[in-house]
Design a protein around this ligand. Structure first.
Ligand SMILES: NC(=O)c1ccc[n+]([C@@H]2O[C@H](COP(=O)([O-])OP(=O)(O)OC[C@H]3O[C@@H](n4cnc5c(N)ncnc54)[C@H](OP(=O)(O)O)[C@@H]3O)[C@@H](O)[C@H]2O)c1
Length: 269
């Protein structure tokens, strides 16, 4: 059985651990570390997994090590582990944006294998999207394990080149916030139209949920779904014409290009 260590008991690792437990992973095969005790003890108590303050203990225990610390700590933590633990057969999974494969491999003295994963926040609900890219010496077995781990919190898209990590950041990584901004603008207008705060939120969230579910359940293009609900000369067309006149499609294109550019800048440090 594969043993998995989660370095850091923060939001992302907690979501993945919950997903693995729900997927039937053996709790005693999982260990979580964190410098402060509260979060790792809470996870251990909730799921029956092992916990420690010591990253080296966890790295020795595991075959797969999920690095769930903030990006600026990824190489530091990797270096500390590689200095004291034989990592040559270990598989490291980094969920950090902005820390490249080359930086992590260097921190590990070019030993072991590294998989970069770009998850998104709906992973906390099991509705995530993870872009996954592996270095060339990753075995098929390690790739399968990484798939199984990330499928516990959503869907997995394997990527052929590392640059696609930046592209998937612009689509699914940052994507939830684009929808939040749109929903926020609709909520503000609904309130201005006289709906209470509670009503405005309920109207907007149910509309977004319904629209997303229609996309999920209908095997037709999103463009076709839009056309189906847009009567010629009707109210929806009046609103959509206004979005187009304001340049919404071009704005989305530019916004996503800027997310990619920022991901590249962050990788330079
Ligand atoms: N949250 C998301 O939706 C999301 C999406 C995509 C990617 N990511 C990536 O996932 C990573 C974690 O993000 P997060 O949101 O889960 O952050 P977070 O909630 O702040 O979790 C980070 C955890 O790491 C712990 N930590 C700090 N130093 C450590 C060390 N030396 N060894 C072990 N643990 C240490 C922190 O402990 P203390 O709190 O006690 O300091 C904290 O619990 C980041 O690289 C982020 O870019 C997150």
């Amino acid at each position: 059985m594969t043993k998995v260590a989660f370095i850091g008991a923060g939001n992302m690792n907690s979501a993945v651990i919950l997903g693995l437990i729900n997927a039937g992973f053996t709790p005693s095969d999982i260990m979580v570390t964190n410098p402060s005790p509260a979060k790792r003890e809470a996870l251990a108590n909730a799921h029956g997994i092992r916990q420690s303050a010591d990253n080296l203990e966890a790295a020795k225990f595991a075959d797969v090590i999920v690095l769930g610390v903030k990006p600026h700590l990824i190489t530091q933590v990797s270096q500390e582990i590689a200095q004291s633990v034989d990592v040559s057969k270990k598989c490291f999974i980094s969920v950090a944006a902005g820390t490249t494969m080359a930086q992590i491999k260097q921190a590990l003295n070019n030993l072991g294998s590294v998989i970069r994963v770009m998850p998104n926040t709906p992973s906390q609900l099991g509705l995530g999207v993870s872009g996954v890219y592996a270095c060339e010496n990753t075995s098929d077995e390690q790739k399968q394990i990484a798939t199984k781990i990330m499928e516990a919190v959503g869907i997995v898209k394997w990527l052929d080149k590392e640059a696609d990590i930046d592209n998937i950041i612009a689509v699914s990584g940052s994507g939830p916030a684009y929808f939040f901004l749109f929903m926020e603008a609709m909520e503000t207008k609904a309130k201005a139209l006289g709906f209470t705060d509670q009503e405005a939120r309920a109207l907007v969230q149910q509309t977004a949920l319904g629209a997303a579910q229609m996309v999920v359940e209908n095997d037709i293009s999103i463009a076709q779904l839009r056309e189906n609900v847009t009567s010629k000369g009707g109210t929806t067309q009046a609103a959509l014409d206004t979005f187009r006149a304001g340049g919404l499609p071009e704005l989305v294109d530019n916004a996503m290009d800027n997310a990619i550019a920022r991901a590249k800048e962050m990788a330079k440090g």
